[in-house]
Design a protein around this ligand. Structure first.
Ligand code: ATP
Length: 325
């Protein structure tokens, strides 16, 4: 096996250190990037714990790539700070890079070189000896399913390029791995393979920060997520916490259904209602199902369905970042 259990497994086991930052593998403080007077990333402060898989969610152009670029030391912040394992990236870029892996969106390779030759070239930036690099490349090519592929990378499919990109990002056996939209453009099988790899790496103690504009993707592998919109981190935390933070109101949604046509209800407490033949969707400040039931009974109507509906995180996310879905 190429990976040893990371010493950080302690934090995943709930063993806390005294200092509040000690469990954070990634930390940003008011991280900001201004391009031509526009704040592409605007005062983003977030924390990602050691061994955590963190989903960074936002629509196209919201600032995901720029944020990641600053944290991995490729883009200079206009304001603010970022830390990898408490190493300030702009002050100690080499120290931070030693423990960081990065799979960019649309990674490029030397097209006339093979996968092995590309990795060998890249390994030189990490000061690996020839023998060390060869051993590591063998392991990584096998890990990403490219063992025995000897063709030039110029002819690689999108999925093969992503897998080679992952091997490249892992060449230094990093503690923390950034992946920018890793499943973008992959076929469904490739998406599932990538998901398995993310879970596998997380099981080996890696901290994973991956960006996506697809909520369902992020939800499948991440416990904690951050949502960025127009450069601002608008919510972060567990998926439930994010849902609560993004919800514009705390109205209760109740669905009522009767056999036949449902007349307009006059039950006190209804804030808004929409009717569709036998069904109504009621929004109220509190759960007024009993009162609705009483009114239907008084009107001699039989209730076939009366339930509270929880909006999904997807509904709330779409509503917040794209407007009414
Ligand atoms: N080098 C640059 N010069 C000027 N503006 C830039 C530059 N890089 C990014 N931007 C702008 O900053 C904003 C955020 O871009 P960014 O690529 O970080 O978003 P993103 O969420 O990663 O989007 P996508 O999912 O489409 O890659 C966009 O408005 C983009 O046009």
């Amino acid at each position: 096996m190429i990976y040893q259990r990371s010493p950080d497994y302690r934090s995943r086991q709930g063993i806390r250190h005294g200092c509040p930052e000690a469990n954070h593998m990634i930390r940003t403080e008011n991280l900001t990037k201004v391009y031509n007077g526009v704040r592409a990333v605007d005062s983003v402060s977030l924390n990602v714990g050691k061994g955590e898989v963190f989903g960074f969610l936002g629509p196209n152009g919201s600032g995901k790539t720029t944020t990641i670029g600053m944290i991995v030391g490729l883009i200079e912040p206009s304001e603010g700070k970022c830390f990898i394992n408490d190493v300030e990236v702009t002050r100690n870029p080499l120290q931070a890079k030693k423990i960081t892996g990065y799979l960019p969106d649309g990674i490029g390779f030397y097209p006339t070189l093979t996968a092995r030759q590309n990795l060998k070239y890249f390994s030189k930036f990490y000061g690996l000896s020839d023998a060390e690099a060869d051993r590591r490349i063998d392991e990584l090519l096998e890990y990403v399913g490219l063992k025995g592929v000897t063709t030039q990378t110029g002819g690689f499919s999108r999925g093969m390029r992503q897998r080679l990109g992952l091997a490249q990002a892992l060449i230094n056996d990093p503690q923390v791995l950034f992946m920018d939209e890793p499943t973008n453009g992959l076929d469904p099988q490739g998406v599932v393979q990538f998901r398995h790899i993310i879970s596998d790496l997380a099981g080996k103690g890696k901290t994973i920060f991956f960006s996506s504009h697809i909520l369902s993707e992020v939800q499948l592998v991440c416990k904690n997520i951050g949502v960025i919109s127009k450069g601002k981190l608008i919510a972060s935390g567990t998926t439930d916490e994010v849902k609560r933070k993004l919800q514009k109101d705390d109205l209760v949604t109740i669905v009522v259904k009767v056999p036949g046509k449902l007349p307009e209800l006059k039950t006190p407490g209804i804030v808004e209602a929409s009717y569709n033949c036998s069904t109504a969707t009621i929004r109220a400040r509190t759960d007024i199902r009993d009162e609705i039931s009483d009114e239907l009974f008084r009107q001699g109507l039989h209730v076939s369905e009366l339930k509270v509906v929880e909006p999904s995180l997807e509904d709330v996310f779409l509503e917040t970042v794209y407007g009414s879905a």
